[in-house]
Write a protein that binds this ligand. Structure first.
Ligand SMILES: Nc1ncnc2c1ncn2[C@@H]1O[C@H](COP(=O)(O)OP(=O)(O)OP(=O)(O)O)[C@@H](O)[C@H]1O
Length: 338
């Protein structure tokens, strides 16, 4: 039960991603095309931690978390690397053991998708979604299951009567709360969330963020979530990873990344955020995000980087420890924020 669970105090890792490469591999009339959406990503997420993934559109955020969730379908394929979870001392290697992965879904690992209607069938009452996704994992009688679901809904601020509703009869905020209820009713150890608040207005968004944080703290779960919205990361993430063109370019405790970004791309993302009382015109980043079917040599950010030197054009900077986090930049430390 959520009320009785104590959040673990340990900082041991719950997810280890090593050298992960996942590419969209397409073949159009004999011409092969490969989009390197996830390109050599390594990261670790601790028990009881909220880890945010930021980056602009098409940088590979969704592809990365789909790959971590083991939820990929062709043309996206894992080309190299591994994704391993540790559920209470039981290691789960997502791509080596698909059967164990299937068994872990919902119970140990759940996924909050972008857009609530994707999991709520528009022509079936909400109760069926709970039955379809969660019932078989919980080992309860139908009446005990219904009682557990109702209690869970009440805890997250929804009247149990919503179970008898059709999705279209509920507001957008209620539907998103329902998808969160669905993803957490089995009290999973790890939650993967893709833009969980993007479609919501600002007030509902704050409400849903507070709900996610509350559930995470009560269950002691770890969460990895994606959003392009840096203000959402500032509100909820313990650590943040910045993705640019399929690569993790910076990572660190959220407050440190906001106060002292080490990568010029991160500095740009932060300095372009609106600030109360500051009417200074924000400058756009020159150029466009690279085509991941034919990415630039060296550092992929170099064509748009105000600090780029020859080395950046030719050599890919490794992601290395710096201050409290990691950064992949030959000029890290010289970055100025506006
Ligand atoms: N089904 C697909 N087939 C081919 N390429 C794809 C497919 N889905 C995504 N891509 C490409 O993979 C790259 C990464 O896309 P992805 O959706 O992961 O980025 P994102 O950062 O999540 O973007 P957004 O914030 O817009 O959702 C992009 O170049 C995109 O065009």
């Amino acid at each position: 039960m959520l009320d009785t669970l104590q959040a673990p105090t340990t900082t041991s890792s719950m997810l280890r991603v090593e050298g992960l490469k996942a590419y969209y591999q397409m073949n159009y009339f004999g011409v092969r095309r490969e989009v390197r959406a996830v390109d050599d990503v390594s990261l670790t997420i601790n028990r009881n931690e909220i880890y945010g993934i930021a980056g602009e559109s098409s940088s590979g955020k969704s592809s990365l978390i789909k790959t971590i969730a083991g939820a990929i379908t062709p043309p996206l394929r894992v080309v190299e690397g591994s994704v391993k979870f540790d559920f209470a001392g039981r290691e789960l290697d997502v791509y080596a053991d698909p059967q164990a992965m299937k068994a872990a879904r919902w119970q140990n690992l759940s996924y909050i998708m972008q857009g609530s209607m994707n999991v709520l069938n528009p022509v079936r009452r909400v109760k069926h979604a709970f039955h379809d996704f969660a019932f078989k994992h919980m080992g309860l009688s139908p009446s005990a299951f219904r009682a557990r679901v109702e209690k869970h809904l009440q805890r997250i601020g929804l009247d149990p009567h919503v179970l008898e509703s059709f999705p279209h009869q509920l507001s957008g905020g209620m539907r998103q709360r329902l998808t969160i209820a669905l993803a957490t009713v089995c009290e999973p150890d790890f939650i993967i969330a893709d833009e969980p608040t993007t479609a919501l207005d600002v007030l509902v968004q704050q409400d849903v963020l507070a709900l996610i944080k509350d559930i995470q703290q009560r269950m002691g779960a770890s969460i990895i979530f994606v959003t392009h919205d840096m203000t959402v990361h500032a509100a909820i993430a313990d650590r943040i990873g910045i993705v640019y063109a399929g690569r993790l370019v910076e990572e660190g405790p959220t407050l440190d990344v906001f106060r002292r970004p080490q990568h010029p791309y991160t500095a740009h993302l932060i300095s372009s955020l609106p600030r109360i009382g500051d009417n200074k015109k924000r400058s756009a980043l020159p150029g466009k995000p690279p085509n991941l079917a034919d990415p630039p040599s060296g550092c992929r950010f170099h064509p748009r980087c105000p600090l780029a030197v020859d080395k950046c054009t030719n050599e890919n900077p490794p992601l290395e420890a710096r201050l409290t986090g990691r950064v992949a930049c030959w000029r890290a430390g010289e970055v100025q924020t506006a």
